[in-house]
Design a protein around this ligand. Structure first.
Ligand SMILES: Cc1cc2nc3c(=O)[nH]c(=O)nc-3n(C[C@H](O)[C@H](O)[C@H](O)COP(=O)(O)OP(=O)(O)OC[C@H]3O[C@@H](n4cnc5c(N)ncnc54)[C@H](O)[C@@H]3O)c2cc1C
Length: 317
């Protein structure tokens, strides 16, 4: 039997989607071993979060009422204390900005191995983790040669658990060592602050580095206008300062689930795909027939966007 402790995530009073995905991943693991699935929610309105997290397959929710927002030092200490108390075989965390901030420190403090960015988990007499490498071109299998391990799971890789369950909820008290809390959240500022929420759009026309020059963006904006769509982009476009940060799709941008996602001159790097693979229909335009975006596209046009996009505008106008 292997117990799993999954650490949920929240921001500004709301649970992040990865929390219920962690439940699915954790259930898969304990399903194979007959162990228990423990969830922890640290900080914020822990009682309200516990109500929301009363999901199918969860055995116990541990609420740790320490602080409001994520704090590295508090999370490391709280997870270490829970681990000492529960002795789980595996600790699961999100492969998110927060998860990648504290998971390595947790593994270090507990002296257990850490495997990041898991897209598959199996318990085959030991933990076997699937990861991707080289922009999703290679899948690697990591066999963990240890009794206990920590893993961060890639967001959107597991279906969220939605069915209700009836876990036990327990308040977890531990003695926080204040002298080891060396950072505090003093405020929260949303960067970008644009007027468009790309995660709300039904149709996204997304542009990548294939567009070459800032002035060429107008062409793709014209296509978005013809389709009644919203313009989004891959990261290099934002890094170049051509579009604001709130238009970026991907791991360090926004996760979007539109009905239609048109990827124009986007290669389909794993960090981009992490933000858009939940789209109902994916259409890609790319000159390179081997671009990874075609691996996940429902429809693909191998061609020069400077030929294809004007043609699409004409067709849709
Ligand atoms: C920690 C981390 C986080 C990241 N987060 C994100 C993120 O949130 N979002 C994100 O997008 N990236 C992110 N990245 C960057 C990511 O790894 C890629 O570098 C990025 O997605 C590539 O963007 P692109 O596809 O636009 O550019 P490229 O990879 O340069 O691809 C351009 C594509 O355009 C095609 N092309 C060129 N000319 C034309 C033409 N005339 N017509 C048609 N096609 C053409 C090319 O064949 C190519 O496939 C992150 C990276 C790291 C390390």
């Amino acid at each position: 039997m292997s117990d799993v402790l999954a650490i949920t995530e929240h921001r500004r009073g709301e649970l992040r989607d990865v929390s219920s995905e962690l439940v699915t991943a954790g259930r898969e693991l304990v399903g194979e071993t007959g162990g228990s699935l423990h969830l922890a929610v640290i900080g914020g309105d822990v009682d309200a979060f516990a109500d929301e997290l009363a999901l199918d397959g969860v055995d116990t929710i541990h609420t740790v009422a320490e602080g409001d927002e994520f704090n590295h030092d508090v999370y490391v200490q709280a997870v270490a204390a829970l681990y000492e108390e529960l002795d789980p075989t595996y600790v699961l965390m999100g492969n998110t900005v927060n998860g990648l901030d504290y998971a390595p420190a947790v593994a270090d403090v507990l002296d257990i191995p850490l495997v990041t960015d898991a897209i598959g988990l199996e318990n085959d007499g030991g933990l076997v983790v699937t990861r991707e490498m080289y922009a999703s071109k290679v899948e690697s299998t990591v066999e963990v040669d240890a009794d206990h391990a920590a893993v961060t799971i890639r967001p959107s890789e597991w279906e969220p658990t939605e069915a209700a369950g009836s876990p036990t909820v327990e308040a977890f008290d531990f003695e926080l060592d204040e002298s080891r809390v060396r950072s505090r959240v003093t405020g929260f500022e949303e960067v970008g602050g644009g007027d468009v929420d790309i995660s709300d759009a039904d149709i996204l026309v997304s542009v990548g580095r294939g567009i070459e020059e800032e002035e060429n963006l107008e062409l793709v904006q014209n296509l978005a206008d013809a389709l009644g769509a919203t313009l989004s982009s891959s990261r290099p476009i934002v890094d170049n300062g051509w579009l604001p940060k709130d238009r970026q799709v991907g791991q360090s941008g926004k996760v979007v689930t539109p009905k239609v996602y048109l990827a124009i001159g986007i290669s389909g790097a794993v960090q981009h795909v992490a933000g858009m693979k939940g789209a109902e229909t994916i259409i890609a335009v790319n000159t390179d027939p081997d671009a990874p975006i075609f691996d996940i596209a429902d429809y693909g046009v191998v061609g020069d966007l400077f030929d294809v996009v004007p043609e699409l505008i004409e067709q849709f106008s």
